[in-house]
Design a protein around this ligand. Structure first.
Ligand code: PEP
Ligand code: MN
Length: 345
């Protein structure tokens, strides 16, 4: 920690701060400038009382207290300078191949899911998405098919070979959902549910952590730290739009998160343009922007008949639009120095 003292303080006041720093178990190093004194305190915050309260404990003496180190460690670039990759069956996310995860917002019926799975696979998607447990803002909206939805996802995987990503809503379902899913999605509304993050990490399955609706990048990285700190290195960070004052979009897709996360962290970055904009007509443009800015993968909502979707109808693209979008993305993927996944014959 760096502790900056106010100008014009007496040696006695300085000594009292130094005494308190030592009392809390830290070693202080004093640096005296012309106008003010700065103290570097060395010690471990996990096992000792934080020094953050020095400002309130010595209001007339301490000007500010700042951490030297980033609060996240395992997710940081310093801990792992090269980009990390996440293996999902035979797919490697974060490597040379650009991956697209696609499928309906919610699993509704067998036919809807299988038809979507076949179509997104044919268009070049490598992972099937679909919510079985849905986090709905209102308790009167469709909550998902639950276990029946998980079983349908497993069936779609058997028939298409596509691995499956689905949301884990509750700690009590961790083992159950992990039995069916290849990637556990932690939704925006649960992104700081730390017990859920720990439970997800402990299943050993790859975790895709959405950014919360009002989450700062630092909070998002710290939430991701919970996964890595619980011995699960397979973390992907997914930007899905944050809440702003703008009403033309459902959320504001913060594409600046891509270069920021790439700079701060080694974890693969996934962009969800569907929750991000909340508008099917904006999905293609958002995807192109995300690819160009260095995202590693996309998570896109696709429905055979968006007008009849049981959730998020306005933002899901049809099978035809998805196929067109995948064709349009190719030059962007190549320009970004990546390769599109091979399209099955
Ligand atoms: C979803 O992917 O359908 C979803 C509910 O996402 P989010 O948690 O980002 O709102
Ligand atoms: Mn959705």
């Amino acid at each position: 920690m760096i502790i900056i003292l106010k100008s014009g303080i007496s040696p006695r006041q300085e000594a009292s701060v130094l005494k308190e720093i030592r009392k809390r178990g830290y070693r202080p190093h004093v640096m005296r400038g012309v106008a003010r004194t700065v103290i570097g305190a060395i010690g471990d915050e996990l096992t000792h009382q934080s020094l953050e309260t020095l400002m309130t404990a010595f209001p007339g003496v301490v000007e500010s207290v700042m951490p030297v180190q980033k609060r996240y460690k395992l997710v940081s670039r310093e801990a792992h300078p090269s980009p990390s990759t996440v293996r999902v069956r035979e797919n490697v996310i974060g490597g040379r191949i650009f991956h697209v995860m696609a499928g309906p917002c919610s699993v509704e019926r067998e036919k809807q899911l299988l038809k979507t799975a076949e179509a997104v696979k044919a268009a070049g998607a490598t992972i099937l998405r679909g919510g079985a447990f849905k986090p709905r803002t209102s308790p009167y909206e469709f909550q998902g098919l639950g276990v029946k939805g998980l079983k349908l996802l497993a069936k779609a995987r058997r028939e298409t070979g596509l691995p499956v990503i689905t949301e884990l809503l509750s700690e009590t379902h961790a083992e159950l959902v992990a039995e069916y899913a290849d990637i556990l999605q932690i939704g925006a509304r649960n992104s700081q549910n730390f017990q859920l993050l720990i439970a997800a990490a402990k299943t050993g399955k790859p975790v895709l952590l959405k950014r919360g609706l009002s989450m700062k990048v630092e909070e998002w990285l710290l939430a991701g730290e919970y996964v890595l700190a619980n011995e699960n290195p397979n973390l992907m960070l997914c930007e899905r739009g944050i809440r702003t004052f703008e009403t033309y979009t459902r959320n504001t897709l913060d594409l600046s998160a891509i270069p920021i996360i790439k700079k701060e962290s080694h974890c693969p970055v996934v962009i969800d343009p569907s929750q991000g904009a909340g508008r099917a007509d904006l999905v293609a443009a958002m995807c192109k922007g995300a690819v160009a800015m260095g995202a590693d993968a996309l998570l896109i909502e696709v429905h055979p008949n968006p007008a009849e979707a049981w959730s998020d109808g306005a933002q899901q693209v049809s099978l035809e639009i998805f196929a067109k979008l995948m064709r349009e993305l190719r030059p962007f993927i190549l320009a970004a120095g990546r390769e599109p996944a091979p399209v099955p014959n």
